[in-house]
Design a protein around this ligand. Structure first.
Ligand code: FMN
Length: 669
């Protein structure tokens, strides 16, 4: 099926069973009490699903290298036992696992951070201290000691985190390395730290232990590396015995998206492909590789020797197994939303996955067969209803799923039309296939009444009926130029050239992007140009002037709140949405008072100043109300009713909450 993907990789002293590496992900379990038992279950499930080599989330080699004060560290023999739980669980499933060693350098979120030079990172409030020669040598020894302990804990190797702007990356680039001793200045001096780390590790662990180096091949920051410097580092690492080189794209402080859903699939594999021309060790490529087809294409084209998939293995632990059994259409595809993974980790919460709420909850959220099969009706086939219906049917319940629309998906059907959110199509494909496989009886295009439901002989009824957009009380709100977002995204009503969007939450942003972006197919090359990524390797760090794109319309995005527009968006993606709208010259205003809507346009007041926006249309994205009309009659008839998804809490449309709530109810019903 996928011959390149499923071919083993011979590393000389050991073999990998295929070309899939599970990319490093810090999950938050590393620091939780009892978290390593949960981590063991999490990784074991991925090993069982066929991935060849797993890389753990970043673990610090010493105290000052921790990302956060209570961050995970492996430096002492007494810390080995808990790691052994993880390695044994993975080996029992026929997998391999490497420990990632990550020293945060100036990205550390505590006042004891160290870096090559005392230059504060734009994304941290703490200024680091410049490392002394003694501290540098001690840190190199710490990497070697952690590697030795990793070996003792049963790991098959380590990955040295040399990218994304962390300590090692800070030594490599002039941006952050202003030293004048033998660790700074010339290229040879700047590369000394990474090379000496790998040399020290190799000396300590012997020949038959995997050492991966995650190398920043495209920094995407000013004063980043040139291609020649990246190649020189790769060659230096080869000389001291690195086994595999993994790709890193973009420092955390870069202002270019590298993993968000709007990043095209496999957008950066050309970078690894360029390195392949110059290096001998096997190379791993990464970022937004989320289907077996994309992975196969990259490997078959010889762009890399392995592919790394991080989030796609949160979404579906059986990714490789399904691909190898020609069940690719059953894969729960990563939509790169970051809402439950990266956004959680940044808020110090346990990572999970929007499309797979079991991720990192393998010991807690389980769906065993029910001893008491029930006849269940689910009303509404949006995210909450779909998740509930599938899990409940898989547990052995008899489930009928109703929706008045002619297709499943609810609000996902509107999200999928937003430029850059096309991945939602995959979630709908996945659920359609899963419904079919688990035997849910699906009834589309018919509206259910309480009577029809009561007459159906159901034991319990689950209302996942979603929401209705809220209409704010503004004089003139009934004017024909006012449209709800559903009239735009669902009914495709024509929209004029000048548009005001009322409400700057997630939907307001989506609608604004929908209005300013063109809707044709956007090529990868075009995307790279729009973000100013130099694919010719002529510029430092891969940066060049972005190509400016003319917006399709003139749009104002307005909110009543005084806070910055977009403040409530996802931590790791909100800035991208703001940057896109800014580049499309969308006027974003907060603290807006709406006065009236008439033939002239939308009359508003901002900071005491009245003005009229001369718009053709006003699109309302001002929140929503739960739809649960059926509840009262069903309850009055004594029927057990459960309410999930937007019908339960409508404040912000939240697919993560909806799917999780559907799953959790299905686990106990
Ligand atoms: N990369 C690291 O090198 N070390 C980490 O500790 C790490 N933690 C991550 C935690 C989460 C929740 C996520 C989503 C990503 C993390 N990454 C980390 C980045 C991933 O390894 C990977 O580069 C990124 O997710 C893009 O690949 P993907 O599209 O396959 O997910």
């Amino acid at each position: 099926r996928y011959p390149a993907l499923l071919t083993p990789l011979d590393l000389g002293f050991t073999q990998l069973r295929n070309r899939v590496l599970m990319g490093s992900m810090h999950t938050g379990l590393e620091e939780e009490k009892g978290g390593f038992d949960k981590l063991a279950a999490f990784y074991a499930e991925r090993a069982r699903g066929g991935v060849a080599l797993i890389v753990t989330g970043g673990i610090a080699p010493n105290l000052r290298g921790r990302l956060v004060p209570h961050g995970s560290q492996l430096s002492f023999p007494w810390q080995v036992a808990k790691h052994r739980k993880v390695t044994e669980a993975v080996h029992a499933e026929g997998g391999k696992i490497a420990l990632q060693i990550l020293h945060a350098g100036r990205y550390a979120y505590h006042p004891f951070s160290l870096a090559p030079s005392a230059i504060k990172a734009p994304i941290s409030p703490f200024k680091p201290r410049a490392m002394s020669e003694r501290q540098i040598l001690a840190t190199i020894r710490d990497f070697a000691r952690t590697s030795e302990l990793a070996r003792r804990a049963g790991y098959d190797g380590v990955e040295v985190m040399g990218s994304e702007g962390y300590l090692i990356n800070q030594f490599i680039c002039e941006r952050t390395n202003h030293r004048t001793d033998r660790w700074g200045g010339s290229l040879e001096n700047r590369l000394r730290f990474p090379v000496e780390i790998v040399r020290a590790i190799r000396e300590r662990v012997g020949k038959d232990f995997i050492i991966i180096f995650r190398l920043s091949m495209l920094d995407l920051v000013e004063q980043g590396s040139f291609l020649e410097e990246v190649i020189a580092l790769g060659k230096g690492l080869e000389e001291v015995g690195v086994t595999l080189i993994n790709t890193g794209i973009g420092w955390h402080e870069a202002r270019i998206p590298t993993i968000a859903t709007s990043v095209p699939r496999g957008a950066f594999t050309w970078v690894t492909a360029e390195l392949k021309k110059h290096l001998k060790v096997p190379l791993i490529t990464t970022n937004r590789i989320n289907t077996p087809e994309v992975a196969e294409q990259i490997l078959a084209a010889g762009e890399a020797d392995m592919v790394s998939m991080a989030r796609p293995l949160l979404a579906d632990p059986e990714f490789v197994l399904k691909a190898s059994e020609a069940r690719g259409d059953e894969i729960n595809t990563c939509i790169a939303c970051n809402q439950a993974c990266l956004d959680h980790v940044f808020k110090q919460k346990r990572a999970s996955c929007l499309v797979n709420p079991r991720a990192c909850f393998e010991t807690e959220l389980n769906f065993g067969r029910t001893p008491q099969p029930k006849k269940l009706a689910v009303v509404g086939a949006g995210p909450a209803g779909l998740a509930f219906a599938c899990y409940a049917a898989e547990r052995g319940h008899r489930v009928s799923l109703f929706d008045q629309a002619g297709e499943i998906g609810g609000q996902f059907n509107f999200a999928k039309q937003i430029p850059g959110k096309e991945e939602f199509h995959e979630t709908l494909r996945y659920f359609a296939k899963r419904l079919e496989r688990c035997g849910v009886e699906l009834y589309l295009g018919q509206r259910q009444s309480a009577e029809s439901l009561l007459g159906g002989g159901f034991d319990e009824i689950i209302l996942a009926t979603g929401i209705r957009p809220r209409t704010p009380a503004i004089p003139g709100i009934e004017h024909p130029k006012v449209l709800s977002y559903l009239e735009v995204l669902r009914d495709h009503k024509p929209v004029g050239q000048k548009v005001a969007v009322i409400g700057a939450g997630g939907i307001g942003f989506d609608v604004a992007e929908y209005l300013v972006e063109s809707h044709g197919e956007r090529s990868k090359a075009q995307w790279l140009k729009e973000w100013g990524i130099d694919t010719r390797f002529e510029q430092r760090g891969g940066l060049m002037q972005p190509v400016v794109v003319a917006p399709e319309r003139q749009v104002w995005l307005l909110q009543r709140k005084e806070s910055k527009v977009g403040d409530g968006l996802g931590k790791t993606t909100g800035w991208i949405h703001r940057a896109v709208l800014k580049s499309r010259r969308v006027e974003m205003l907060s603290g807006v008072q709406y006065r009236r809507i008439d033939d002239e346009g939308l009359h508003i007041e901002v900071g005491g100043v009245a003005q009229c926006l001369p718009v053709d249309h006003v699109i309302v994205c001002a929140g929503q109300e739960p739809l649960r009309e059926l509840e009262a009659d069903l309850r009055a008839a004594g029927k057990p009713v459960h309410i999930i998804g937007g019908a339960d809490v409508a404040a912000e449309l939240d697919a993560k909450r909806a799917i999780r709530q559907g799953a959790e109810l299905a686990a106990i019903i």
